[in-house]
Write a protein that binds this ligand. Structure first.
Ligand SMILES: Nc1nc2c(ncn2[C@@H]2O[C@H](COP(=O)(O)OP(=O)(O)O)[C@@H](O)[C@H]2O)c(=O)[nH]1
Ligand SMILES: [Mg+2]
Length: 325
């Protein structure tokens, strides 16, 4: 029996122990180091203790947020709301304004809160996003996580375009100790998914996670392809997929957000995963993602290893961005 207190979260991926929650916070903290030392350290230093709030401060803040990949619109939104919050609270000092900014940042993320996942067996998760965003790696991380939570996990190699993609998922499935359904390269992705659904139902799998190809030639093709996959799933399980996770690479900046938006029209995205936060000094992209994609951020990828995944928590994310080390 674990003596750690159980934390009952909102998702299927909880409960976690307190120790695990702390480990995840440390991972988030480490992956934001570049951002903290760069733009966000600078932002923090704009709010000089003992100084009053000035127009210049707001201008500098705006400039710095845009540099940090927060995006023009989201920056304007954040700054306006921070000003309002300062006015409402009668804040005059710069050091207090910094806390108002942080509070606004947290609430920006919370506008799209994660909804309680439905109970379903098998619980089907479809993973979408452009090539290279980190879909396959995320699937490995999720498989590992659910396995550790005692769930029976099955993966579907739905990216059938490249042989390497199937092999890559197979290597990860072995490493995570979960089963994989695949067909040879060039097969119909819908057929792979159909097989996987049959196997998941027959063998009473708890969680089925489906990989997809992220080719982004024409938007109409993408919509057609994803629509087809969705129909295959729904014909067998009308309520599925229960989650559609959109994976976005933090290092691709505003352009990455723009590309990711085409997936919103092509599939019913329920949540976002931000990967490679460890590889950028512009962690502000997370705000742009939350605002532009209008979905909750579920997890962040904090590295290339199977354990490098953290549940997203708005407050600890903002704290880590500004923490003084
Ligand atoms: N540093 C870092 N690299 C990552 C992360 N997630 C994925 N990657 C790397 O990004 C590359 C593409 O990942 P992959 O899962 O193949 O992307 P896919 O094409 O969307 O399936 C690989 O080299 C991964 O190791 C992350 O959170 N941090
Ligand atoms: Mg892949």
């Amino acid at each position: 029996m674990s003596f750690f207190k159980r934390i009952f979260g909102k998702g299927k991926d909880t409960p976690r122990t307190e120790e695990e929650a702390q480990e995840e916070e440390a991972k988030v903290d480490a992956s934001l180091e570049k951002s903290r030392k760069g733009v966000f350290g600078h932002i923090s230093s704009l709010f000089v203790a003992g100084e009053p709030i000035t127009d210049e401060l707001w201008d500098q803040l705006e400039e710095a947020l845009i540099l940090g990949d927060v995006g023009v619109e989201t920056t304007q939104y954040l700054v306006d709301r921070t000003k309002d919050r300062c006015a409402r609270h009668g804040v005059k000092k710069a050091s207090e304004a910094r806390e108002m900014l942080k509070a606004e940042m947290v609430s920006t993320f919370q506008e799209y809160a994660y909804q309680q996942a439905v109970e379903a067996v098998p619980y089907v998760i479809l993973v979408v996003g452009v090539n290279g965003a980190g879909k396959t790696t995320l699937i490995a991380k999720l498989a590992h996580r659910y396995k550790q939570l005692g769930k029976k996990v099955l993966l579907a190699a739905g990216d059938t375009f490249r042989a390497a993609a199937i092999e890559q998922l197979e290597v990860w499935a072995n490493r995570a100790g979960v089963l994989l359904v695949k067909r040879e390269q060039g097969s119909d992705a819908g057929a792979v998914i159909f097989d996987a659904l049959e196997q998941a139902i027959l063998t009473k799998v708890d969680i089925l996670i489906i990989d997809t190809a992220g080719r982004l030639q024409a938007k109409s093709n993408l919509m057609k392809e994803l629509g087809k996959l969705r129909n295959v799933i729904r014909r067998r399980l009308p309520e599925a997929p229960h989650e559609v996770l959109l994976v976005i690479d933090a290092t691709t900046g505003q352009n990455g957000v723009l590309q990711a938006k085409s997936f919103l029209e092509a599939s019913d995205v329920t949540g976002v995963i931000v990967t490679k936060l460890d590889g950028t000094s512009k962690g502000g992209i997370a705000f742009a993602i939350a605002q532009d994609i209008e979905r909750p951020i579920r997890y962040i990828g904090t590295g290339e290893g199977i354990g490098d995944l953290a549940l997203f928590d708005a407050a600890s994310f903002v704290t880590a961005l500004f923490a003084e080390k």
